[in-house]
Structure formats: C-alpha cells, structure tokens
Design a protein around this ligand. Structure first.
Ligand SMILES: [Zn+2]
Length: 106
C-alpha cells in the first residue's frame, strides 16, 4: 500500500481517510512561432539578405543555448493534503500576504 505525505506540511495523507490532491505544474519557455517570419512577395535578392540574417541567428544560437532551452522545461508534481490544497489554490505562487497591489512599500 502506497503512503503519501503532503509536500507542503509533510503531514501523512492516509488513503481512505484524507483527501489527497495532486498538483501538476509545467514550466517551459514560451517560444513564439517564427515559421512564418518571411514577408510574402519578396524578390530574390531580398531572400539572400534574409538567409544571411538567418545564418547569423543560427550561429549565435549555438547548441549549448538550445540545451539550456530544454533544461528550462520542468514538470513538477506535488501531493497536497486538503488543507494545503485550499491554501494553494488561493495563492498558487506563494506570494506573501496576498496583497498584490502593495507596490509602495519602501
Ligand atoms: Zn498539507
């Protein structure tokens, strides 16, 4: 029999007694679709310029940066007890106090 514990308060979650909630968070970089970057109706010599720019871009974006992009993707999974689930949905990012308009604190 599997035993779970709450990832926030560490309380054991007993199957059949406590409600267990699973939170899944996916974090990944938003990459805009650049497949249609070429303006339509360009003449051939403009295309050559675009190809040069593309080549420069590809040279700047080397393999290590592409690997970093992969590494930015995170899929997180948490088990929460019912009490922590209620707190989580009210404040998913764990912001302090919940006062989101308090920018003048200096
Ligand atoms: Zn909890």
């Amino acid at each position: 029999m599997l035993h779970y514990s709450c990832d926030i308060c560490k309380r054991p979650i007993v199957a059949g007694t406590d409600l267990r909630h699973v939170v899944k968070i996916e974090v990944f970089p938003a990459v805009e679709d650049q497949s249609c970057g070429c303006p339509s109706g360009t003449s051939s010599h403009d295309d050559v310029d675009n190809l040069d720019e593309m080549q420069e871009l590809l040279e700047r974006l080397d393999e290590s940066e592409l690997a970093d992009l992969e590494d930015d993707t995170r899929s997180l999974r948490f088990d929460l007890c019912d009490a922590c689930r209620q707190r989580f949905v009210k404040n998913p990012l764990g912001m302090k106090g919940g006062k989101q308009l308090d920018f003048s604190n200096n």
